[in-house]
Design a protein around this ligand. Sequence first.
Ligand code: GLU
Length: 316
Amino acid sequence: MPTGRFAPSPTGRLHLGNLRTAVVAWLYARVDDSPFLLRFEDLDSGSVRHRHYRTQAEDLAVLGLDWDEPVVNQSDRLECYREALDRLREQDLVYPCFCSRREIREAASAPNHGYRGHHYPGTCAGLSSRERTDRARERPAALRLRAGGTVRRINDELAGSHELTLDDFVVQRNDGTPAYHLAVVVDDAAQGVEMIVRADDLVESACRQIVLYDLLDLPRPTGYAHVPLVLAPDGARLAKRHGAVDLDDRRARGETPAQILGFLASSIGLCEPGEPVTAEDLLERFDRNRFVARAPYKPTILPPDFLSKVGETGRL
Ligand code: GLU
């Protein structure tokens, strides 16, 4: 009975890709009568919009998804993240990093530094305490985990095998906010989440996160299933500017929740194209082994007319 969860950030309406991921996460849990949890990842207070705790929960409910209480907000759990950071600090596994984004970009693009792309090249790893004191006068420090060079691999049920050579990644931002990787690991472990079902853009993050499970002596999840993204016609990540991307927009076009759910489900082979379905219908038919056997799935690219809003030229 692997406990599952959906962990959106309440920064806007859930778009079709978010909703499809939620449906798959819900099916994975409920097909075994397992607990399914809703957790709001709301640590980035600058981008949280208060009304979206409600709109996100409502949209899930409109599609027929349900979850077990209590709903957790990460912003209520700062103490737990602080404790985890203390444990890493006690083992000398973190260090302060004073680099700006520009400094990191420049250092990472210098020849022969041994790292590629956006990898942090370890600039602040060996600062003396005197250098730290000096640099702390200029800007606040983020905290980075000493993980550089570690290789981790995950076997994802849908996305296959992924390997990542880690850099020293941030576990606390320089405004004092716990970083996503730290918070998600602490929470999934505390909530007993065993099966992580989420969007495909986080597949590499899983490699970072398993290092944190190990260093914090927390049980790793038993499985990962990263669900492909739903993309805009131009291949970009789905955003409001693309048109009718959320439940409200779709309903304004006259679509029923069963039609919208049918569209989402059929795009990954969980029902026939054009077939209206309820969440209960999907649950009755969901066969995890068959779903996994059909992987990997390609991202879904929406046709342009699908996204035109009411009043614009388009299919409706
Ligand atoms: N909060 C992340 C998102 O909305 C999901 C993080 C996770 O599921 O680990 O994309």
